[in-house]
Design a protein around this ligand. Structure first.
Ligand code: ADP
Length: 440
């Protein structure tokens, strides 16, 4: 396991590596430019020398042609006095006699660059120029370029370091925020945005959004857990109370039987609640086992309607079923019956005597529809967004039996089948629940 300080130093190392990469590339690029510049300068200086020598060679050949070695010697002398370019000039008369007309003092003969031309009469004129001046210039140029390269390295390292530092700063802030969250377990910390709108800002914004989501989920889970504990406490307290009272009373077999029956009933209630919660979780996470098969939707809904026929009659609520189309869906028959039963159960439960519950099955567009419409109490607008939440029960509904899990289960099962469930309701006038399932 790595420590927090180790984790904190990682962006630093990353920054250093980035700076080194940046500096290396920058320096390599600069060195390439320097080398090319040096090469081009050296080549053009050499070409310039060659041009000077060739130009002079032409002049001297013309002078020789005009008056032989004498005129040439006079020309060379005159030029040597006036011209700043001092040259080596030699004439070889038909390969026999060599006359050196100019050989400036202190020259290193090994650093002489010469060009020669043979004239029409066979005389060879040779003109040379010392490379010393050029080499001096190039040596100074090399020193200057070395200095520039050194400067470039320093600038690249510092610039790279500063640039990468500012680039990794948001990453470091992000890492610190994550560390803080891991350490404290608090998900309400947020990383401030730079406002630059770049990729890192986007990442930070996404991270904050992810934290919002996690926070929402955690608080929803906490809320659900609180609700579950609260809702479990009531039946368990009743169960304990019943058992305690039976134990405290005088031995009486009938009373014991009654108490045990109550205990079984309460335990069943707890078990139903836990099983339903498990089913919802599994359906939501996609782990609920669905035995899919072609199902005639009208048959399934008809069975659920018949299940509530007596309850509706007893309450003087008209329960009507109208299967408009023969619709076949690929679904889990038992789970679909659960969906229909829960919707009809609610409709009958929340509809006062003399009201109506209409159930219909039909095809609409490319979907199979189950619609349960009632003329009951309706759902207040502020409760509508929460009716599908686990353990939510409407204020006006608490007098009725229920766990607040029916609609959560309906939604989870329908969505596990790739469908949707929608509600429209008007308080005092009734509600309509519409389940839409993919056909086929
Ligand atoms: P329960 O019915 O056990 O309370 P549900 O999850 O089935 O739980 O429903 C959640 C809430 O939605 C109910 O408490 C009730 O307030 C409201 N509700 C559901 N169906 C209807 C309906 N047909 N008419 C009026 N209110 C309804």
């Amino acid at each position: 396991m790595s420590s927090a300080s180790e984790r904190g130093s990682r962006p630093l190392l990353f920054g250093l590596r980035l700076a080194l990469w940046y500096a290396t590339l920058f320096v390599a690029g600069s060195i390439a430019i320097v080398l090319v510049t040096y090469y081009l300068t050296a080549v053009s200086l050499a070409q310039r020398d060659q041009q000077i020598i060739k130009g002079k060679l032409g002049d001297y050949a013309a002078a020789y042609a005009r008056g032989g070695v004498r005129v040439l010697a006079a020309t060379v002398r005159a030029e040597q006095q006036a011209a700043p370019e001092r040259l080596f000039v030699r004439v070889v008369d038909r390969g026999v006699e060599a006359v050196v007309l100019s050989n400036p003092e202190g020259w290193d003969p090994s650093r002489l660059e010469t060009v020669s031309a043979r004239l029409a009469d066979g005389t060879l004129v040779q003109v040379g120029k010392s490379t010393e001046a050029r080499e001096d210039l190039l040596a100074r140029f090399r020193a200057a370029l070395g200095l520039v390269t050194l400067l470039v390295v320093v600038i690249a390292l510092t610039g790279g370091w500063l640039a990468t530092q500012s680039a990794v700063a948001p990453i470091r802030r992000l890492a610190l925020a994550v560390q803080r969250i891991i350490r404290t377990g608090r998900t309400d910390a947020r990383v401030p945005l730079e406002g630059s709108g770049d990729a890192l800002d986007e990442l930070t914004a996404l991270f904050n959004t992810m934290l919002d989501k996690i926070e929402g989920l955690v608080s929803a889970m906490r809320g659900a857990l609180d609700n579950v504990s609260h809702d479990l406490r009531t039946p368990l307290t009743r169960l304990r109370g019943t058992a305690e009272m039976a134990l405290a009373s005088a031995p009486d077999l009938d009373r014991y039987r009654e108490a045990l029956a109550d205990c079984v009933e309460e335990s069943d209630r707890v078990l139903v609640m836990l099983n339903t919660l498990m089913d919802i979780s599994e359906a939501e996470s996609g782990t609920l086992k669905l035995h899919r098969e072609p199902v005639a939707l009208a048959d399934v809904v008809a069975r659920a309607v018949e299940l509530y026929r007596d309850v509706a009659d007893a309450k003087h609520v008209t329960l009507a079923f109208d299967p408009k189309d023969d619709v076949v869906v690929t679904a889990d028959r038992t789970r679909l019956e659960q969906v229909a039963a829960n919707l009809i159960d609610n409709a009958v439960k929340y509809t006062p005597p003399a009201g109506r519950v209409d159930v219909e099955v039909r095809r609409e567009g490319g979907a199979a529809i189950v619609r349960v419409r009632d003329t009951g109490q309706g759902i207040p607008a502020n409760e509508l967004p929460r009716i599908f939440d686990r353990l939510f029960r409407g204020d006006a509904s608490r007098a009725e039996r229920g766990l607040g899990l029916g609609l959560s289960l309906v939604k989870a099962i329908v969505e596990a089948h790739g469908g949707t469930v929608q509600v429209a309701s008007e308080p005092g006038r009734g509600s309509t629940f519409t389940v839409s399932l993919p056909l086929g």
